[in-house]
Design a protein around this ligand. Structure first.
Ligand SMILES: C[S@@+](CC[C@H](N)C(=O)[O-])C[C@H]1O[C@@H](n2cnc3c(N)ncnc32)[C@H](O)[C@@H]1O
Length: 503
């Protein structure tokens, strides 16, 4: 396999590297590596049996297992019975290697205090002990062996992946990435501009250099040419924001074993106050990526319009976030009316977004709770559930689908935009990591297209198609006899629509 590009690595460190380490550390802590039978030496086991064996929640154990299978560390047969890959067993059941893994476990929480360590240049206090976080990072990331055999690769995923994310999170949070992007500076200059300690700055710039992000030239540190090119324009701000989203999960990821064991949620988004704060912040993030999501939602609207004209349509966008999906439908024709439904705190931003897109005159804002709201009867031609089903716990889905089906006109179409899993539920990897975060925050499960199809058929939406969009999937569902598109509208169909609309 060729080495990943810096762009791929940055994407991984910002979004999934901490998930990867947390997955492996939690699997070890809950005893999954010991409870799984080794492939070929004894019979594989179902999730329920494994959950019972380790004394953990079946849903939690399944979230870990599907990822371990996707990473090639565990196996799943056609009856969804699981075993450990022999190569993984050889590593995790080796006493010396196991000791090395165990020694990393206590470092998660202290690494979360990296800001403080970098500011002060000293060990930090945690749980009544002092932790030399900078020294640990140095050993972990700067003194790492160059060769990557299977053991080193596993250790890298287990410990270093999350550490890399934490360095990036800290460099972003302390303003160092932005500073390095403006002009190369010597360490004393960086110190004077940031008030950070010299040992702290040293570790950060050197680790960033290892990652290919910074470079020293003539005593001055700046971004490497490759990073400079990648982080041009708005890309740096986008990276900084996605790192800040990842940082919100740090503590919960470090205590993932508790969640898997007892479904005890450290970051509980079912707590209204936690959810309000989290999603208010998140909607700024979503607004920041508005442009790229708008491409996607407009393409989805153009796709549906191939089979069902949107002129005069009443559209309901549930869990609208930034309004990016509803607004795409509003922009599809000059006569489409869109109702934007979300928590009140989120709708403030949607109001501003619809104004700047000049669709506020055909907008209605509906604050409410999607878990309980009655959406009415036969009131909408199109209902959109964009990236919102993953917020609901599995037992809440049938109720929402029933309320949505009732609110659809007889020839109405439901559009679900989601990360839809493959039929084996062992991929794609990015989707599974996203699903792990949803489980961890007391939210939903990701489903396969046929799992959605069955739930939708139960509420009378017996026709459904799943059409892949560039980064997620679009599921369209309707009653019998309603025409649905089968293919994604071509990318240029969106830009072709635009001049006509403006004319
Ligand atoms: C992951 S965001 C999706 C945002 C947007 N649809 C998009 O695709 O960018 C989920 C949205 O669901 C909303 N949400 C979560 N729980 C909710 C609840 N109980 N009632 C109403 N909205 C809720 C959040 O405020 C958030 O805007």
């Amino acid at each position: 396999m060729s080495a990943p590009s810096l762009a791929q690595s940055l994407h991984f460190w910002a979004r999934n590297a901490s998930n990867e380490s947390a997955l492996l550390q939690a699997s070890l802590r809950v005893g999954l590596f010991d409870a799984l039978p080794v492939e070929g030496s004894s019979d594989p086991l179902m999730v329920a049996r494994l959950a019972e064996a380790v004394g953990a929640s079946a849903r939690g154990v399944r979230s870990l297992l599907e990822l371990l299978v996707c990473l090639g560390l565990a196996r799943m047969d056609d009856a969804r019975r699981f075993s450990l890959a022999p190569a993984t067993a050889a590593l995790v059941r080796d006493a010396a290697f196991r000791e090395r893994l165990d020694a990393e476990l206590p470092w998660w929480a202290p690494l979360g205090l990296l800001d403080e360590a970098v500011k002060r240049g000293e060990p930090v206090e945690h749980g009544g002990r002092r932790w030399d976080v900078l020294g640990h990072l140095r050993a972990l990331l700067l003194e790492a062996p160059a060769s990557r055999d299977a053991a080193e690769d596993f250790f890298d995923r287990f410990a270093r992946s999350a550490a890399r994310t934490q360095v990036l999170v800290t460099a972003a949070r302390l303003g160092l990435l932005e500073l390095l992007a403006t002009a190369p500076r010597t360490l004393p200059e960086l110190g004077a501009a940031t008030y950070l300690s010299t040992p702290g700055l040293h570790v950060l710039v050197e680790v960033l250099a290892r990652l290919g992000i910074t470079r020293e030239e003539g005593g001055a540190w700046g971004l490497s040419p490759e990073a400079r090119q990648l982080l041009e324009g708005k890309a740096l701000a986008y990276l900084v924001r996605s790192l800040s989203v990842s940082a919100q999960y740090w503590e919960a990821l470090g205590r993932l074993d508790e969640t898997v064991r007892h479904e005890r949620f450290v970051l509980d988004l079912k707590d209204p106050e936690v959810s309000r704060r989290f999603y208010a912040d998140n909607s700024n993030q979503i607004t920041a990526v508005f442009a790229s999501h708008f491409q996607l939602s407009r393409r989805a609207a153009a796709t549906l319009a191939q089979a069902r004209p949107l002129e005069g349509a009443a559209v309901l966008d549930i869990g609208t976030g930034s309004g990016v999906w509803g607004a795409a439908f509003a922009r599809a024709t000059p006569t489409t009316h869109v109702t934007y439904f979300d928590q009140e705190v989120v709708l403030e931003q949607v109001r501003r977004n619809t104004e700047s897109l000049k669709v506020a005159d055909r907008a209605r804002f509906w604050p409410g709770n999607l878990f309980t709201q009655d959406f009415g009867s036969a009131a909408f031609d199109v209902i959109i559930l964009p990236q919102v089903l993953n917020v609901l716990r599995p037992e809440d889905l049938p109720g929402l689908f029933a309320r949505v089906a009732r609110a659809l006109r007889p020839d109405g179409v439901l559009l679900i935009a989601e990360y839809v899993l493959n039929e084996r539920r062992d991929g794609p990897l990015d989707h599974l990591y996203f699903g792990l975060r949803r489980f961890m925050t007391n939210e939903g499960d990701l489903l396969s297209a046929s799992e959605y199809g069955r739930l939708l058929a139960d509420v009378g939406l017996t026709r459904s198609v799943c059409i892949p969009l560039p980064t997620q999937e679009m599921l369209l569902a309707a009653r019998p006899g309603v025409a649905l598109p089968t293919q994604l509208a071509p990318a240029d169909s969106v830009s072709r629509q635009e001049p006509a609309r403006r004319a």
